[in-house]
Design a protein around this ligand. Structure first.
Ligand code: AMP
Length: 325
């Protein structure tokens, strides 16, 4: 058995209270892994107090169910905290995580910071939910899986792997997905929830196709202003989805959405095919995975500089490689 899995399970058995944390602005993997693990542990240990402790939520994932109320800070002192899908402390949604007696980290991001006493980090995994599935696989005889837990875990596996499309998807991913799927998930219901969009969102999608820009070497980008959000009636989450609309432009291996926030900061969502771009994100107050990263900029000049860096990098990549599309 994986040594980290064994140690984590021993800790879980030791504690009566377990608090589960994830990163802010949660995606399908953050929600799926936090809620999936919570459900799995609640099924297995009905006598334990197991709570999700997160300060924010994603409206578009509301179909996955609700959240627990935040506990008073003094309630953390005797708890085991488990943080899933979060590489760095500053991205943990609920800041009280540090009050837990002990902390565990389960993550699949590039390990830039160590913040827990016990850490299980596997960068090659296509999702954190894949790690929760692996955790279950190792402890099948001890853990109680059900359809609800499986649906949550499968959702993260599906969403963070781009519907099993990204390179990180391995035979092991598919084996674990099969194991989770065998719990009887209603995949048609799940995909309907993942794909259905509001009418105004389709209108916005059309607008993105009209307005997106392409640099000399093929970086596609779009700045989504607060004014546009208002015009199309978009939430920040709706606006942020624009990055995925730009993902299949021929000759473009890098695509970037800049999303204006109310406080003046501009959220940057960077995506790429074949070449890593997380180093660029790191230079602009961010980080993430090699080909899916995030950052923050504060001006049009910074946006321009970031696109220029990406364009240079893409130029070098195209000169040095063949076979890109
Ligand atoms: P996003 O574009 O927000 O979906 O982020 C893509 C990936 O980069 C996710 O795995 C995030 O956890 C990570 N990420 C986003 N923003 C940051 C940041 N400011 N610092 C570190 N990692 C980030």
């Amino acid at each position: 058995m994986n040594e980290q899995v064994k140690l984590i399970f021993e800790k879980i058995k030791e504690y009566d209270k377990i608090l589960i944390f994830r990163h802010f602005r949660p995606d399908g993997d953050a929600v799926g892994s936090s809620k999936g693990l919570a459900t799995l542990l609640k099924n297995t240990f009905p006598e334990k107090k197991i709570y999700l402790q997160n300060a924010d939520f994603a409206e578009y994932l509301a179909f996955l169910g609700g959240e627990d109320e935040l506990l008073a800070p003094e309630e953390y002192a005797d708890a085991l905290g488990i943080v899933v899908d979060t590489a760095t402390q500053d991205r943990i949604s609920c800041k009280n995580y540090s009050l837990c007696k002990e902390l565990i980290k389960i993550d699949h991001h590039i390990p830039v910071q160590s913040y827990a006493g016990l850490e299980w980090v596997e960068e090659h995994r296509s999702s954190c939910c894949e790690m929760i599935a692996a955790f279950y696989d190792e402890l099948k005889t001890e853990l109680k899986m059900d359809e609800a837990a499986a649906t949550l875990i499968y959702t993260g596996m599906v969403t963070d792997s781009g519907r099993f499309r990204f390179r990180e998807v391995s035979p092991e991913t598919m084996r674990l997905a099969g194991l989770i799927l065998s719990q009887g998930i209603d995949t048609e219901w799940l995909y309907a929830n993942l794909y259905m969009k509001e009418y105004h969102t389709f209108k916005f999608e059309g607008y993105v196709y009209k307005k997106m820009q392409i640099s000399k070497n093929g970086v596609v980008s779009m700045f989504i202003t607060n004014k546009m959000k208002k015009k199309f009636g978009l939430s920040s989450e709706d606006a942020s989805a624009a990055v995925s609309y730009m993902d299949s432009v021929k000759n473009s291996l890098v695509w970037i959405a800049f999303i204006e926030s109310d406080d003046g900061a501009i959220r940057v969502r960077l995506r790429s095919r074949f070449l890593p771009i997380s180093d660029i994100a790191e230079r602009y107050r961010g980080g993430g995975h090699a080909c899916a990263a995030g950052a923050t900029v504060y001006s049009k000049a910074e946006m321009k500089a970031l696109v220029k860096e990406a364009d240079e990098k893409l130029k070098e990549y195209k000169m040095a490689h063949e076979g890109w599309l």
